[in-house]
Design a protein. Sequence first.
Length: 231
Amino acid sequence: MSTPRPTPPRSSSTPARLERINAFASAAFVKSVVDREGLPPESGPEIAFAGRSNAGKSSSINRLAGQTRLAYASKMPGRTRELNFFALRGGGHLVDLPGYGFARTPRDKQRVWTGVIEDYFRERAALSGIVLVLDVRHAPTDLDVQFVQWLSRLGVDRPPVLWLLNKADKLTQSERIKARNAFSASVEPLLGDDDHIVLFSAATGLGMKECDAVFANWLTPLAENAATSGD
């Protein structure tokens, strides 16, 4: 299994950081879903966001979309049960998943993960990639590892994962490099050939260009359909 290549260093002439991912700029809330019957029709590629409640998933979605209140962090971390769908202007959705948990979560939350969310991952043909938001300052937790292992056991081809190492602004440049290398080594057995690891900051926008390149690939069918409809 190949290890994702490190992001090359920027030169001094590199343009300023992106303010938003253009494809996400007009994302708008559609609905919250608690069962498979409530899933919206597939209208184009979908990107799902997962992560523990304290990794900054909501703030990462907001930064990527260039909006301040698109995704909301629950006032009671770990209590959100729904899949939240946000429509993209060219078709498709961003999908904000509940903060994941397994053995140490309440039984009703476990049922959500083994119910509608499992159905979503098993059956949603539109799912083109998963953004896994983590705190770069900490090694992957057992729950992070269990989540990816769970995805791989569902009996379908696992979608590519963007391992988004958030809160990189809290580290110096040398600390970021060390943290990324240590992280890559720790998750090497879990990495897929099409996975990416990106140092990111929801606070400053660090890593936006790298994310944009990943999402452009994942949303290619969406872009092609939009171009075709405009002919």
